[in-house]
Design a protein around this ligand. Structure first.
Ligand SMILES: Cc1cc2nc3c(=O)[nH]c(=O)nc-3n(C[C@H](O)[C@H](O)[C@H](O)COP(=O)(O)O)c2cc1C
Length: 315
């Protein structure tokens, strides 16, 4: 067996594979052994009780899915009372994903879920910042710094900040999160997109636009994860279109310390377990004893050299 364990800050995970927020619940235990996963990540919880967005909330696209779920939520009290104990029946560390419209509400929620038993707080900062005209915290390095600083002050436990691929310069935003005390960044949330039903000339999503996920976004997010891993000292957790061990390996080689799997689980509930098994098989076939040895091992391309006198300038 390959040693698949990885370290994210002070946390040692048995392996680098975990679910992406919003695509997973403890009910998946009916289909797979949740104790095999590196961590368990819950759907984002917000400070208020919310209904979520107008229907329809999901639409298929040729290479992925669009969603505009809008974070329906029963509020933090119900989350702490019902959801946290349900997840804590399993062994992997439990990651509570939180979001809020203001910095103060974000920090308060981090404290609540930390005291409620979450092992990690993952801050989903892709939500609208009500104090900045509704622009997501994650599209601005300054807003990300502001909210991360408040979150860091609110919790002593591991703090992961989940970034948005809709940011104009994601590495700059990631650096702001690192500077204010994040223990890791998750790269990334969904990419803003749209689909139209041409017969009815209506958007396919009730909210008009939504987040694109799945295979379509993998090359874009892989590039962003690589840029962040190059720039940061803290770990990067890759997330976007990962559906196979090969996909996961690309993110690890690019420098990610772990990966999150989202849309792939909707297609195959066993996707994360297959990825884990195939990672082990891939490593063993190549004599790689520790997955850690693969992380950030992307080789630079050497420019091909033509023999002297045969370079382009000679033509
Ligand atoms: C139906 C659905 C719901 C989601 N809900 C959340 C959420 O509540 N919080 C969050 O941070 N990300 C949420 N996401 C984004 C995923 O966690 C992930 O970042 C994104 O889907 C990219 O990964 P993937 O291509 O593997 O799905 C959601 C994605 C989908 C498809």
């Amino acid at each position: 067996m390959t040693d698949l364990s990885v370290t994210i800050g002070s946390l040692r995970l048995a392996n680098p594979v975990m679910p992406a927020s919003g695509t997973f619940s403890e009910a998946l235990a009916d289909a797979i052994d949740l104790d095999r996963l590196g961590a368990l990540v819950a759907k984002t919880v917000m400070p208020e009780i919310r209904q979520g967005n107008a229907l329809p909330r999901v639409a298929e696209t040729p290479m992925g899915m669009l969603n505009s779920i809008g974070i329906p939520c029963k509020g933090p009290e119900a989350f702490i009372r019902d959801a946290i104990p349900a997840f804590k029946r399993f062994h992997p560390p439990f990651v509570a994903s939180i979001s809020a419209g203001t910095v103060t509400a974000f920090a308060h929620l981090a404290r609540q879920v930390g005291e409620g038993g979450a092992d990690v707080v993952e801050a989903n900062i892709s939500c609208p910042n009500l104090e900045a005209d509704g622009h997501a915290f994650a599209v601005s390095a300054a807003a990300t710094a502001h909210v991360t600083k408040a979150l860091r002050a609110a919790t002593d436990g591991p703090l992961w900040v989940k970034l948005s691929p809709n940011a104009p310069n994601i590495a700059e935003v990631a650096l702001a999160a690192e500077a204010e005390g994040a223990d890791a960044v998750v790269v990334a949330n969904t990419i803003l997109g749209m689909a139209i039903d041409i017969d009815h000339r209506r958007a396919k999503l009730g909210a008009g636009m939504g987040g694109l996920s799945g295979p379509a976004i993998k090359p874009i997010v892989l590039r962003m994860a690589y840029q962040c891993a190059r720039a940061l000292r803290i770990p990067v957790i890759g997330c976007g279109g990962i559906a196979s061990a090969e996909d996961a390996l690309e993110f690890l080689i690019a420098g990610c310390r772990a990966v999150q799997v989202g849309t792939a689980t909707f297609r195959h509930p066993g996707a994360m377990i297959h990825i884990l098994d195939d990672l082990d098989t891939w490593c063993r076939a190549r004599g790689i004893e520790r997955i850690d040895d693969l992380i950030g091992t992307l080789e630079p391309f050497e420019a091909p050299r033509l023999p002297p006198g045969e370079d382009l300038a000679a033509e």
